[in-house]
Design a protein around this ligand. Structure first.
Ligand code: BYC
Length: 310
């Protein structure tokens, strides 16, 4: 790589300028952005699956409407993010192929089942909250198309968070059975949520370079800490508990301390061996296969269209 070009590129980033698709960029910057934006896009479309299965079973008309809108938004976020990744030179088809062949990663959390309505509620409140912490930070980053996609996503996700919080409070202040359902879902989701922000900083391979280039605007541990700071009090104030006896805020450092979240399990889940990885992949493979004739028909020049047989 030309050292002068690299120095000029890094000076632009230091000045807070946005890098746009036609600008010069180091090969590694392009590669890292494709990796991260592609994984993010896959997470959105895989993320629609655990909640999507609850649309027909959501309790009542209003919850159904909100859930339909949220799941539609998530697919839309996937489209925005695939567009942003395409500006860096990888085609959407190649990205989808990598997803359905099991090569690409996507967020750990979507490889767990949504067992009851309370699981959907925990996803809508806490997974969306975790995603917002990450996306608000990175929307101030250096790559223009990704930042603009993230800004739009954050607007919509703030609504998702509100509906999730509303449903969460409903269950938390409901009947003893509803509270128990919520507590059990919280117990199931807590460890995946801790994993969501990625491995501890000391084990994170990409953070240092990505922060230097302002792709990531906060480290994994800092984002996890910010999330715990904002949301643990909201959970505790509803009289719910978290399944980690070591969880507490250290007043001297301002950092949250927690028990060993089993990082070996995290690595298994993100490498294809979580409880629902196979099931999720099969749904995307099915959708790709079922939609193929539509895509092929759309790609044909109009003069080749034939009228259906009478
Ligand atoms: N899950 O060096 P590290 C949503 C991988 S969806 C899976 O720290 P990095 C929503 C990582 O990719 C929003 N894999 O990585 C949708 C790397 O593997 P490779 C989801 C993970 O990139 C529907 C390796 O571990 N948000 O909001 O510096 C309903 C080493 O990690 C995870 C995004 O996708 C994980 N949790 O930092 C509701 C945000 N964590 O690629 C809600 C975009 C790490 O070397 N992504 N890995 O094979 C990011 O911000 C960053 O990629 C991360 C990780 C902070 C996640």
């Amino acid at each position: 790589e030309d050292p002068e070009m690299l120095a000029a590129f890094e000076a632009r980033i230091a000045r807070g300028e946005k890098i746009e698709p036609r600008d010069w960029m180091p090969t590694l910057y392009r590669k890292q952005l494709i990796r991260m934006i592609e994984q993010h896009a896959h997470s959105e479309i895989m993320g629609a699956l655990p909640e999507g299965t609850w649309i027909t079973r959501a309790p009542g008309f209003k919850r159904k409407l909100a859930l339909i809108a949220k799941v539609q938004d998530e697919i839309g976020h996937g489209q925005l993010l695939y567009n942003a990744a395409e500006t860096l030179g990888k085609s959407r088809e190649a990205m989808i192929n990598d997803l359905i062949s099991g090569k690409a990663k996507y967020s750990n959390v979507f490889n767990y089942p949504a067992v009851t309505w309370a699981d959907v509620t925990v996803i809508g409140f806490l997974i969306d909250a975790a995603a917002i912490v990450n996306q608000v930070a990175n929307s101030k980053g250096s790559y223009g198309p990704y930042c603009r996609a993230l800004e739009r996503i954050c607007f919509e996700e703030s609504f998702h968070l509100k509906q999730g919080h509303d449903a969460f409070i409903d269950l938390a202040t409901g009947t003893p059975l509803q509270r128990r359902m919520l507590q059990e879902a919280l117990n199931r989701w807590w460890q995946p949520i801790i994993h969501f922000f990625g491995p501890p900083d000391k084990d994170s391979q990409h953070t240092e370079k990505l922060m230097q280039w302002k792709v990531k605007m906060a480290s994994n541990d800092d984002m996890r800490n910010q999330f715990l700071d904002q949301y643990v009090p909201k959970i505790w104030e509803l009289g719910l508990t978290l399944p980690d006896p070591e969880l507490r805020k250290d007043s001297a450092s301002g950092k949250w301390l927690f028990g060993d979240p089993d990082w070996d399990l995290f690595h298994k889940v993100i490498n294809g061996q979580g409880p629902c990885n196979q099931e999720r992949l099969r749904v995307r493979q099915w959708a790709e296969f079922q939609g193929r004739w539509v895509r092929e028909a759309l790609m044909q020049p109009t003069e080749q269209w034939t009228a259906p047989a009478a």
